[in-house]
Write a protein that binds this ligand. Structure first.
Ligand code: KDG
Length: 316
């Protein structure tokens, strides 16, 4: 049985070799990105059994991502290569303070060739948790109905559902995002959201108000990610605020939210207390921003334990 599986669209991420406006960047490092895949990578590094459902272009970049996924120990058995749809690209601009912009080349994503009939019910049934986000449904094709069907299968078999709205306004507008993602909420057990995304979904951005609205939508476990201000969690009727854990250095903020999700999911599957989960998830988010790349900073379990002071680090 898998601990967590996800459905997502991945890309070759081209990370700039220098900070500053992209028009002056002349070389890029070839990396891998994709919000849902990042979470699978993070969970796998923590020691969970993971799987990723996707499609890749039948090309060199597709092969590279496939092998990367395998190298991270993620099950790729529900990933197929398709002709005529090149593997997507994402060029990143990163400023000196770690903030930045992304430029997608993903109008014809290989995942647009999938339909909900391609979903393997047994595969979903045999997972403890299904993680979905707002990126995959924003890609077009049949992606909305694929997520809808996956959620129905998950509910039917009591598979936990975690959901990160991950609203990418370069892919769709707020109205489209709200209409589509609101339909998913009745299936969600764990909501992992930022304040701005909650504002799109619920029209509120204060953590207490977000928690209220989420509960009205039937969601019992909630995390509100506040970035450098920490996070607020709600579980079993209890709401807690967790202090931020400042990173050693802010290098690249992309992927911090995925890192938080990874830690939160790990804590839920291990039935930890909310306090412990929030601290762990905040720590992973903080570790991710100190390293360049969308998922390179996602830590192995032992590295988090060392950072949390639970384990000693032996250097030499
Ligand atoms: O959350 C990080 C992702 O956003 C990044 O790895 C790639 O932009 C991306 C996406 O759409 O998945």
């Amino acid at each position: 049985k898998k601990d967590m599986i996800t459905i997502g669209d991945a890309m070759i991420t081209l990370n700039p070799s220098i900070a500053g406006p992209m028009r002056f960047v002349s070389s890029f490092d070839r990396k891998v990105g994709g919000a849902e895949l990042n979470v699978a990578i993070g969970c796998s590094r923590l020691g969970l059994k993971t799987g990723w459902i996707s499609r890749l272009g039948n090309d060199e970049f597709g092969r590279f991502i496939y092998n990367f996924v395998r190298g991270e120990g993620i099950d790729p058995s529900e990933v197929n290569f398709v002709d005529g749809y090149p593997t997507s690209l994402n060029f990143k601009e990163v400023m000196e303070d770690g903030s930045g912009r992304t430029f997608y080349y993903r109008e014809k994503s290989p995942t647009q060739t999938m339909t909900s009939d391609d979903l393997n019910e047994d595969y979903i049934k045999n997972a403890k948790l299904l993680h979905v986000t707002g990126v995959f449904p924003a890609i077009g094709g049949n992606n909305v109905s694929i997520i809808q069907r996956a959620l129905e299968i998950a509910k039917k078999h009591n598979v936990l559902v975690s959901f990160d709205p991950n609203i990418r306004l370069k892919l769709w507008n707020k109205q489209q995002a709200k209409e589509t993602l609101s339909e998913f909420l009745p299936y969600v057990d764990i909501l992992l959201t930022g304040e701005e995304e909650a504002d799109v979904l619920f029209g509120v951005s204060d953590p207490d108000a977000i928690i209220e609205k989420s509960k009205e939508a039937g969601i019992s476990t909630i995390a509100v990610k506040l970035g450098e201000r920490g996070s607020v969690g709600h579980k079993e009727g209890k709401t807690l605020y967790a202090n931020p854990i400042p990173p050693s250095k802010v290098v690249d903020t992309v992927g911090a939210g995925d890192g938080f999700d990874t830690g939160f999911i790990y804590g839920i599957l291990n039935e930890w207390s909310l306090e412990k989960i929030l601290k762990f998830a905040n720590m992973i988010g903080s570790m991710v921003v100190s390293i360049s790349g969308d998922n390179e900073g996602l830590p192995y379990l032992e590295e988090v334990e060392i950072q949390l002071g639970e384990k000693d680090r032996v250097e030499r």
